[in-house]
Design a binder for this molecule. Structure first.
Ligand code: 0GY
Length: 322
């Protein structure tokens, strides 16, 4: 049975990040999540979903995976929920972080103890059993993540990924895919042929120092235009921007392009607790304040933050019409 303590409000002393517990050592130079995020001036619509965030451990309860490429600070479910409430969101989608490998216990615990207010995206191997998939489905998992970012994971053979996608599609799950922009030409046909809805993390990591009309991003737009099963998260200005916080001006036109062109296939998330950042740690409140710049109307905000994630993760509760 996992602990379920209530976390301190962001910005108060008890909120501060703690080093990895359970005998693990947080990486030297690791940037902890923001200690005092501002209360956002932008108020999300009722029922808003943070559709990309993670939990890290805590290590004393949920050990980090032996094959991990990084050891983070601890950042458990209680803090994730405290941040959700503080930022004015109602629900979370907890994406399995690579520091836990294919051991989904921390993510599943965060989801299954959420009173239905969280859904999960797992990492699984070909060896996962149907019973394990069914148990995760019952706990609230609705997708698997395929990660092609080499600094985060070792390569998984394509035939294994197709096999997994085919199996989870039968449960109504989707595939979340993470890759670098340079990989898209090589991955394009693979992504387009997956037998499931596909959600691309962080817009496929475009180079936002370029004009929005550039060949690489045009290829990403083509992927979405030609494949109505492909969605995108308009996330992670903190990873992509060269102009930097708090406004991340160079990120905005890319996210806004996708929100305006594909309003029914975009998701937004904080990415808390923001693994592996090197230059700065974003203020999560400032990230929320960017939303009206990437989704400039109330209708676009409603789709981005409520209707789209509800349709993907809580279809049984979803009453919006396409
Ligand atoms: C993200 C991005 C990163 C890390 C992970 O699971 C992870 O470790 O997703 C990254 O380092 O770019 O989406 O959180």
């Amino acid at each position: 049975m996992s602990s379920d303590v209530k976390a301190a409000v962001p910005g108060t002393p008890g909120w501060a990040a703690e080093p990895a517990g359970g005998g693990f050592t947080t990486d030297a130079g690791w940037l902890d999540f923001h200690g005092a995020p501002v209360k956002p001036s932008y108020v999300p619509p009722p029922g808003a979903v943070d559709a990309h965030c993670h939990v890290f451990g805590p290590g004393a309860e949920f050990s980090y995976a032996p094959e991990r490429k990084y050891t983070p600070c601890d950042a458990g479910k209680a803090k994730l929920r405290a941040l959700r409430d503080y930022l004015g969101f109602s629900r979370n989608v907890v994406v399995q972080a690579t520091c836990h490998g294919a051991d989904n216990r921390a993510m599943v615990d965060a989801v299954s103890s959420s009173n239905g207010l969280a859904r999960g995206v797992a990492t699984v191997r070909r060896s996962v059993t149907d019973a394990e998939l069914a148990a995760m489905d019952a706990a609230g998992v609705r997708g698997v993540r395929f990660n092609f970012v080499k600094r985060l994971v070792d390569t998984t053979p394509r035939d294994e990924l197709v096999e997994i996608a085919t199996r989870v599609a039968k449960l109504g799950w989707h595939v979340v895919i993470y890759f670098e922009a340079a990989e898209l030409p090589e991955l394009y046909d693979f992504i387009a042929s997956l037998p499931a809805t596909v959600v691309v993390d962080h817009m496929g990591r475009p180079d936002v120092t370029k004009p929005v009309d550039n060949p690489e991003f045009a290829l990403f737009e083509k992927l979405m235009a030609d494949n109505p099963q492909v969605w995108s998260k308009v996330t992670c200005p903190d990873r992509l921007s060269a102009s930097g916080p708090p406004h991340y001006d160079d990120f905005v036109p890319f996210a806004r392009r996708l929100v305006e062109r594909f309003p029914d296939r975009v998701l937004w998330g904080t990415d808390w607790p923001h693994p592996n950042l090197k230059t700065h740690m974003p203020d999560d409140g400032a990230l929320v304040n960017i939303i009206p710049r990437i989704a400039p109307t109330a209708e676009l905000q409603q789709r981005l933050l409520v209707d789209n994630p509800m349709r993907l993760y809580w279809p049984e509760e979803c009453c919006s019409k396409d």
